[in-house]
Design a protein. Structure first.
Length: 286
């Protein structure tokens, strides 16, 4: 199943590519608010399994620009650093033995086609697979981890590298949380839609030039491990996001370093999940 958020309402994406409003089509059995729907994910799955092709009278059509983030108000946004060996190598560091975890703040979340305002000339890109939780998870075993996942979507972990490295200690969370620095979308895809949810092609283009290319099977810590290790410490809630890390090809690791400029268009694709696209604009400040 595939879900999208339009105008703050949860939509089921029909096979035709059109949208079915969850609250309307379920006759009020399920809420419209995405966060409220995540709290009742099992009820949604039960209903949606037989709903996709039964509501031809309430299907809707939207332009891509209408789509919002599939989980617009998560309680928590976890992000994982250095989770691909080729990214570890290009950064000149060592393979981590423990999760390198930080947070992106909720105010950074944006839809899949929102412009990204560049606060400086030091903004980098990081294409990422994003996990959306569907059930509360605490001390979950790896074997049970996928059963707590609502679905997968695409994300970009935009980063202001000068702020990130300012001071004696890196400012990961702050530097990665400017408005619009956590776009996700375009849709949420449930794991059962995918032949192998642990092995998806991921790529990023800037102005049509391929910048990143890899497969999620190359993660050092795969999705189930991430959920098990995060939930061993924190309680993960429905709608929470996990940005799972990026493969090689980021800007700071290039010689010379390359960063985003106004007018650049960043396109991020993941196999079977679609693509999202941001246009970079200047902040208007000197």
């Amino acid at each position: 199943m595939r879900f999208a958020t339009v105008g703050g309402r949860m939509k089921l994406v029909a096979a035709s590519g059109k949208y079915v409003d969850v609250e309307t089509a379920s006759s009020g059995r399920l809420p419209a608010d995405p966060q409220a729907v995540f709290e009742r994910w099992e009820d949604l799955a039960d209903w949606a399994g037989s709903a996709v092709d039964q509501y031809s009278g309430v299907v809707e059509t939207y332009d891509d620009s209408a789509l919002g983030p599939p989980s617009p108000r998560p309680r928590q946004v976890f992000a994982i650093g250095f989770n691909y060996r080729d990214h570890v190598d290009e950064a000149g560091t060592t393979v981590p033995e423990a999760l390198q975890t930080f947070s992106k703040f909720q105010s950074a979340i944006a839809g899949p086609y929102a412009d990204v305002v560049l606060p400086s000339q030091n903004v980098d890109w990081e294409a990422e697979l994003v996990v959306v939780m569907g059930r509360t998870a605490h001390r979950v075993d790896e074997l049970d981890a996928w059963g707590h996942v609502a679905g997968l979507t695409i994300g970009q972990d935009y980063s202001e590298r000068a702020l990130q490295m300012a001071g004696a200690f890196p400012q990961f969370s702050l530097a990665k949380s400017f408005p619009g620095f956590a776009p996700i979308g375009p849709v949420l895809v449930t794991p059962d839609e995918l032949a192998d949810p642990d092995d998806l092609e991921i790529e990023c283009e800037i102005n049509g030039e391929q910048i990143q290319s890899g497969r999620t099977s190359a993660m050092i810590f795969p999705v189930a491990t991430l959920i098990a290790r995060l939930s061993a410490v924190c309680t993960l809630y429905p709608g929470d996001l996990i940005f799972t890390g990026t493969p090689s090809g980021v800007g700071f690791a290039r010689t010379p370093a390359r960063y985003l400029s106004p007018g650049d268009v960043v396109t991020t694709r993941i196999e079977s999940l679609g693509e999202m696209r941001q246009s970079c604009v200047g902040s208007g400040e000197d």
